[in-house]
Ligand binder design. Sequence first.
Ligand code: KG4
Ligand code: ZN
Length: 328
Amino acid sequence: MRNLLLSIESSCDDSSLALTDIDTKELVFHKKISQELEHSEYGGVVPELAARLHAEALPRILEEIKPYTPALRAVAVTTSPGLAVTLVEGVVMAKAVSIALDIPLIEVNHLVGHIYSLFIEKEAVLPLTVLLVSGGHTQLMEVRDFDDIKTVAKTMDDSFGESFDKVAKMMGLGYPGGPLIEQLAKEGDRTKFTYTIPLSQSPLIAFSYSGLKNAVRLSLEKASKEEYKDVAASFEHIATMHLVQKLKKYFKKHPPKNFAIVGGASANLYLRRKIEELLEPYKAGLYLSPLAFCSDNAAMIGRVGVEMYKRGLFSDMDTVVSSPKSDL
Ligand code: KG4
Ligand code: ZN
């Protein structure tokens, strides 16, 4: 019989459960119910609505894995960072499963999950320089292991994905904004609107998207509907060039050997192309998660969970709580 680890993810607007084989790391089951449609009319995630939808969706997926119950050896759950009211839905389910089956409970950091999304279908490659671009985070990290991660740069305000969501909201496109803006930008002129690259004069290796977002807001006040595609294209270009410029600066002192982009926004093809171009002179390997595992999912949480299981990193039932703000 297999030895399986159940993993649960509910940090934002995706309810997801996965089963990972502890011995082979093979993903045996994975299901995700996204709430994008429900949040779309609000132009962003409404936490209380998200929590209610998790309370419906998570048990529905749990029903599906019932046949695997005898093989379950541990349960891993995202406890941070994320929305307080949605994290708790997963945590309560994980505790209930842990108590009912008398199996250990493992707390997984969502950001480490994104990094390990790279290793769901491939062998782990470490050490690795990782750019995480999601709705909640934009950060550059040096990763040696799941418990040895050094953050070298962060956003000072909005994240890369969030800025796409906000620009899409300003244009009345819906949520999530990333794929919608990317689609619209394909038909647009990237040079039509000349936004300034954030922090381009600053020696800091850090990111910032609030200024660019405001510049886009101002140009949208004057732009015609026909020009929205050009706004989207120019915005996507500058948002990406900001990352490229700061990475270039960082690489001067820390030339990359192996580089990865993870997180929901790593699905962006313009970003992928520009980073590939940036890496070319370094002959550095570029690692990307399969598209199915770029955005939030429980498979990535399970992949970290297996590493933690092997090192016996279990948590006490009483001390496991969701902590929305605990970053890396
Ligand atoms: O990792 P993720 O699923 O959730 C968080 O942990 O935040 O990332 C979701 C974010 C959203 O902001 C979404 O707009 C963005 O990733 N995103 C994209 C693209 N696809 C998703 N941003 C830019 N281009 C995309 N193609
Ligand atoms: Zn995420």
